[in-house]
Design a protein around this ligand. Structure first.
Ligand SMILES: Cc1cc2nc3c(=O)[nH]c(=O)nc-3n(C[C@H](O)[C@H](O)[C@H](O)COP(=O)(O)OP(=O)(O)OC[C@H]3O[C@@H](n4cnc5c(N)ncnc54)[C@H](O)[C@@H]3O)c2cc1C
Length: 398
């Protein structure tokens, strides 16, 4: 297998760089570079700027660019490094592909353009208090009444639900069969009467996830994707896509480069941190891991190009497993730069009686939350233990 980029790939990369330079919004790029939070409107504007040639990961017939998987990979890597990469919820990466692969014509016509215009922010309603790793045990029920379902139950750990317009859910539509067989895939307007969203504070201090409660929520039958009770099949397709995307090579590269940039400005005594051999060893170790991950991702892309659309690739579990470990290692490298100054709150500075420049650089406050949030990478989208189980069964045949 040839893993070198061709002339055509390199030309494409140059085109992407020019496109990002000419089309993305300078103020959003600045905020991303400084690690500042973006408002929902800014994420929408940033997403639209990235979609000017079409949704990068979708086929042309649905408003996508029609790029190959390798071109999509190059685009995402460049957009992240620029930095210009933003995601308007989980429309492009998760529910969009499920709708264009398994949805009906009316669903494709209604929902896909609204994702491509960054109109609807989607979140993913799969996990429940008693159904995380064992997702098929989910209990949220959708009972059919005339032309609609009535949904009751609770989801938990739902990323960005408090920004969302829509939530795609796995719901139980038949409690009397084996658990995998009675599940359906339902699209729910999160502003519907009876839906309550309650944000949860995480260890990094942020509110990235929420609980979502459904209390007699009426959902039109037309919002069912594919066939009733076949939702598990669509969920497996979606999860394998999610794990494929979760390798996070671009993200880890960006963090490693940021750590190098900051280490060049950080002094330990008279010596720059970047010149210290113990720090350089950490960088080298991460770089080797990252290169191996990147090559694994490129191999998976080469294999996936040959596969039928909609077919699950167990290699996505390897990418998810290693991707989250490398992401955590990159966050640890950032922590190694800031060292003991991870808690940058200095009360004396606040008193206004501080004549000297600030002891800590502005970026110091951003590092610890990145590190703490990265701990979740080996939990969400299926924990590391679950990925190992899949690798053992589906790849090693154990
Ligand atoms: C930050 C964050 C964002 C999230 N975003 C979303 C989202 O947007 N939408 C959504 O639906 N969910 C989301 N989740 C939920 C996530 O998918 C679940 O937390 C995850 O699947 C684990 O489920 P659980 O928390 O119920 O843990 P459990 O399943 O109870 O697992 C507890 C521990 O037991 C281990 N374990 C469980 N079963 C096995 C087994 N068979 N073999 C070996 N070990 C096992 C697990 O690895 C884990 O260490 C998010 C979670 C986090 C932390």
């Amino acid at each position: 297998m040839d893993l070198l980029f061709t002339e055509g790939d390199l030309t494409f990369r140059e085109e992407v760089r020019r496109f990002l330079n000419d089309n993305t919004i300078p103020d959003i790029r600045r905020k991303l570079a400084e690690g500042l939070k973006l408002s929902k409107d800014e994420v929408a504007a940033g997403t639209r700027s990235l979609y000017k040639k079409g949704v990068p990961t979708w086929p042309q017939e649905y408003g996508g660019t029609g790029w190959t998987l390798l071109q999509q990979y190059i685009f995402e890597e460049e957009a992240r490094a620029f930095p210009a990469l933003v995601k308007f919820g989980m429309g492009e990466d998760l529910v969009g592909p499920v709708i264009y692969t398994f949805g009906d014509l009316a669903q494709k016509r209604y929902y896909l353009p609204r994702i491509a215009n960054a109109t609807d922010w989607w979140c993913q309603g799969f996990s429940e208090p008693e159904a995380g790793s064992d997702l098929a045990s989910l209990k949220t029920r959708a009972a059919q009444h005339g032309d609609h379902y009535v949904v009751d139950g609770q989801k938990i750990w739902i990323s960005s639900a408090h920004y969302a317009d829509w939530i795609f859910c796995l719901v139980r539509t038949n409690p009397d069969v084996k658990k995998h067989q009675g599940i359906s895939f339902l699209l729910i307007d999160i502003k519907s009467p009876g839906v309550t969203v309650r944000p949860i504070q995480l260890i990094n201090g942020g509110y990235e996830v929420s609980e979502v409660f459904f209390d007699d929520v009426r959902v039109p039958l037309a919002n069912l994707v594919g066939e009733k009770n076949k939702g598990w099949m669509y969920a497996k397709y979606l999860l394998s896509k999610e794990r494929f995307d979760d390798a996070g090579v671009g993200l880890s590269k960006e963090r490693m480069l940021r750590a190098l940039e900051l280490a060049a400005q950080t002094y330990v005594g008279d010596e720059r941190l970047i010149d210290q051999s113990s720090f350089r060893e950490k960088v080298a170790e991460l770089e080797v891991q990252l290169k191996a991950l990147e090559i694994t991702q490129l191999r998976a892309i080469a294999n996936a190009s040959k596969q039928q659309q909609g077919v699950q690739d167990p290699a996505s579990s390897i990418l998810k497993l290693r991707g989250s470990e490398v992401e955590q290692a990159a966050a640890e490298l950032l922590m190694a730069v800031i060292g003991p100054n991870t808690l940058p709150y200095i009360p004396d500075e606040e008193l206004g009686s501080w004549n000297e420049p600030s002891i800590l650089p502005r970026w110091a406050a951003k590092i610890a939350p990145i590190y703490f949030y990265s701990r979740a990478a080996s939990i969400y989208s299926g924990s590391s233990e679950i990925q190992k189980n899949i690798i053992a069964k589906a790849i090693l045949g154990l």
